[in-house]
Design a protein around this ligand. Structure first.
Ligand SMILES: NC(=O)c1ccc[n+]([C@@H]2O[C@H](COP(=O)([O-])OP(=O)(O)OC[C@H]3O[C@@H](n4cnc5c(N)ncnc54)[C@H](O)[C@@H]3O)[C@@H](O)[C@H]2O)c1
Length: 251
């Protein structure tokens, strides 16, 4: 089955798992739109310097005007928008603490970025997808929801919402030939994890021994699932969540 070059927007695409996605998609011949709070243009230029097609757009995913401007930039530059990857999320800057110690404001902020963000982005992207009778939305969830990871209650609840959002939106968009799926990473050595020294706080159980494949997970481990979900071969898969975690949880 052929895999045409798609126009793919990746939120939080300038660093961490998001940049691994941007790079792998660009290397596969897709046209990439990097949407991030910071560093989007620089990240796009790094891909362009390697001979790929990429643009950057400064975007806060909870700001509807900024998200619409990002979608408009994608369509004006590349003529269409085929795939939205809702990857931006608050995780690596969060302190782990018992639920009673999480301030309500922090709960609301995590919900805002991790659940309102994908909602705002989907609302902006779907009209462009509908115009072409084709679309793919891929949301980044987390296997913390399967493990019931403690001391990050706002984060885990937000990612549970992402899976529910994935299923319900899949039902609404099937008639438009738009699929909606999720990828659930395990604990991954992303830029944010390394910068905030989260990996030192996680024990070997989380990082290795709870997995069937007992090693650290890196962002590149996640790109195959995304390339597949963006491919023509995944066209009849929707509403699903794929765990990519070295076989720690089975969902
Ligand atoms: N690293 C892990 O262990 C892990 C595990 C499971 C799921 N995830 C999820 O994967 C995604 C990426 O995680 P990561 O570890 O690469 O994170 P990271 O902190 O390394 O990178 C996050 C990126 O998102 C951007 N971002 C943050 N808020 C934004 C906003 N409001 N608008 C636009 N961009 C914004 C940041 O600028 C950054 O480039 C997140 O959704 C996270 O919850 C991560």
């Amino acid at each position: 089955m052929s895999n045409p070059s798609r126009v793919i927007a990746i939120t939080g695409g300038a660093s961490g798992i998001g940049f691994a996605f941007s790079k792998a998609l660009a290397q596969a011949g897709h046209r990439v739109v990097i949407a991030d709070l910071r560093g989007a243009e620089d990240a796009a230029q790094r891909l362009v310097a390697e001979g790929h097609q990429a643009i950057g757009a400064d975007t806060d995913v909870v700001n509807p005007a900024a998200v619409q401007a990002m979608v408009d930039k994608a369509v004006n530059t590349f003529g269409r928008l085929d795939v939205l990857v809702n990857n931006a999320g608050l995780f690596t800057t969060l302190a782990m603490r018992p639920f009673e110690q999480i301030p309500n404001e922090e709960w609301m902020r995590v919900m805002e970025v991790n659940t309102l963000g994908p909602f705002v982005c989907a609302k902006a992207a779907v009209p462009a997808m509908r115009r072409n009778g084709f679309g793919r939305i891929v949301n980044i969830a987390s296997t913390t929801i399967n493990k019931g990871t403690p001391n990050l209650l706002h984060y885990v609840a937000s990612k549970g919402a992402v899976v529910a959002f994935t299923r319900s939106l899949a039902r609404e968009l099937g008639k438009d030939n738009i699929t909606v799926n999720a990828i659930s990473p395990g604990f991954t050595l992303s830029d944010g994890v390394l910068q905030n020294d989260l990996h030192s706080q996680m024990g070997d159980v989380v990082r290795k021994t709870s997995r069937s494949l007992q090693r650290d997970q890196v962002p590149e481990d996640l790109v195959g699932a995304l390339l597949f979900l963006a491919s023509d071969g995944a066209g009849f898969i929707t509403g699903q969540t794929i765990a990519v975690d070295g076989g720690s949880v089975f969902i």
